[in-house]
Design a protein around this ligand. Structure first.
Ligand SMILES: O=C(O)[C@H](O)COP(=O)(O)O
Length: 207
């Protein structure tokens, strides 16, 4: 088994996930359930024998808190953590703060699904997944991947769409295939990489 370990985890449920609001770069806290999901993620990783050397997260508190809670469960609170805006959620632009069901009523089911899941159609005033990928991928290649390749065990706590962008690259998913990909809150996805940075194995703890 390769030692090149990369674990991605979406933050636990946020206050705005609970209220069904588009969030993007807004910064709501975790709910009580979100705190539990984050702790459970750390406990599951610990129970399966995972330990880490370095961590990355976004500049948004729901991801940072998820990472802190998971690291506490892992007994690894002293690890180096790098926070970067490149890992922030997709900017939902004018949709941020709106209720997702209200948006479906206003613009139609299909249009809202296109904004939420398509590869290259941005929501009004916001980022498409392609735009999100344009900032997450260079950061991954320049900062995260080199750590993995030098044998550091890496934990990344981020967001549904910033992680979908990275997963698209890691798993070589087409723009059509990424539409189907949903990320559960607080469910670690475990990658082992080959020396050439391709994926040797993937385990999604949500399944
Ligand atoms: O920003 C948000 O609203 C969520 O974190 C992700 O929302 P989505 O599932 O609608 O992309």
């Amino acid at each position: 088994m390769s030692d090149r370990l990369l674990v991605l985890v979406r933050h636990g449920q946020s206050e705005w996930n609970l209220k069904n609001l588009f969030t993007g770069w807004r910064d709501p806290d975790l709910t009580a359930l979100g705190v539990e999901e984050a702790k459970r993620a750390g406990k599951r990783l610990k129970d399966e024998g995972y330990q880490f050397d370095v961590c990355f997260t976004s500049e948004l508190s729901r991801a940072q808190k998820t990472l802190d809670l998971a690291l506490t469960e892992l007994g690894q609170t002293g690890l180096p953590i790098t926070r970067n805006i490149a890992l922030n959620e997709r900017d939902y632009g004018d949709l941020a703060g709106l209720n997702k069901d209200d948006a479906r009523v206003k613009w139609g089911e299909e249009q809202v699904l296109i904004w939420r899941r398509s590869y290259d159609v941005p929501p009004p005033g916001g980022e498409s997944l392609k735009d999100t990928l344009a900032r997450t991928l260079p950061y991954y290649v320049q900062e995260i991947l080199p750590e993995v390749l030098r044998g550091k065990r890496v934990l990344v706590a981020a967001h549904g769409n910033s992680l979908r962008a990275l997963i698209m690259v890691l798993e070589k998913l087409s723009p059509e295939a990424i539409v189907q990909r949903e990320l559960a809150t607080g469910a670690p996805i475990i990658y082992r990489l080959n020396a050439d940075s391709t994926v040797a194995s993937v385990t999604d703890m949500a399944h």
